[in-house]
Design a protein around this ligand. Structure first.
Ligand SMILES: [Zn+2]
Length: 206
């Protein structure tokens, strides 16, 4: 169903004078899912398109639930990206059974990469959210074959932390981790992270 010109005028009015971020927040609130679909445009996920074969890829593994292809901008030769065929914006949102399967496949792909690429090491890397360096809108696992001194860097400067701060942090995490098996899949904080990812995309309000 098309969004009527009257409704578009109404939406435009609602976001008038707001900053870009405020506009996007407002739109998230006032638009129905149907309207979002139409106004945000049909932003097809490239990884879903790879999954359906609409985008060509160099496939290295496939089963019913997941697919692994060569990264087109590899960190090293043999850099593989592994992802679920079902669209999940964040790895934390992947169903437990699929996440378990995905890690088993990732682990076995590492073995395959050691053998086939004569790699000396591998990294399994997941960027969970834009703040963590996730550039794709589809959750994925990077599997990177490594050599000594290959110039691939995963680095951070260790920070100093007091005993008290560590104690407090450990308690904070422990408290919630206790009930990990009954943990809800998508608490509000995760929805917020995903919302940010979505609203970063261009609006297509005419
Ligand atoms: Zn997708």
């Amino acid at each position: 169903m098309a969004v009527s010109p009257e409704r578009i005028a109404e939406i435009k009015k609602a976001v008038e004078g707001l900053s870009k971020e405020e506009q996007q927040e407002k739109l998230e609130d006032i638009l129905t899912d149907e309207e979002k679909q139409e106004l945000f445009g049909e932003q097809k996920c490239p990884f879903c398109l790879i999954g359906s074969g609409e985008i060509e890829s160099k496939k290295v593994y496939e089963d019913d639930d997941c697919l692994a292809v060569l990264d087109i901008n590899p960190a090293n030769n043999g850099h593989v990206i592994l992802f679920t065929k079902k669209h999940y914006p964040l790895m934390t949102m992947v169903e437990d059974s699929e996440a378990a399967h995905l890690f088993v496949v990732a682990n076995k792909l590492c073995t395959v990469i050691y053998e086939s690429m004569q790699a000396k090491g591998t990294n399994i890397f997941i960027a969970n959210g834009a703040a963590a360096g996730q550039n794709s809108q589809h959750a994925l696992i990077n599997i990177i074959p490594r050599e000594e001194k290959d110039g691939v860097v995963f680095g951070w400067k260790p920070k100093k932390q007091s005993e008290e701060d560590m104690e407090e942090t450990a308690k904070k995490i422990f408290r919630l981790a206790k009930s990990i098996s009954s943990k809800k899949k998508n608490p509000e904080i995760i929805k917020q992270i995903v919302r940010k990812e979505i609203t970063k995309e261009k609006l297509r309000i005419p």
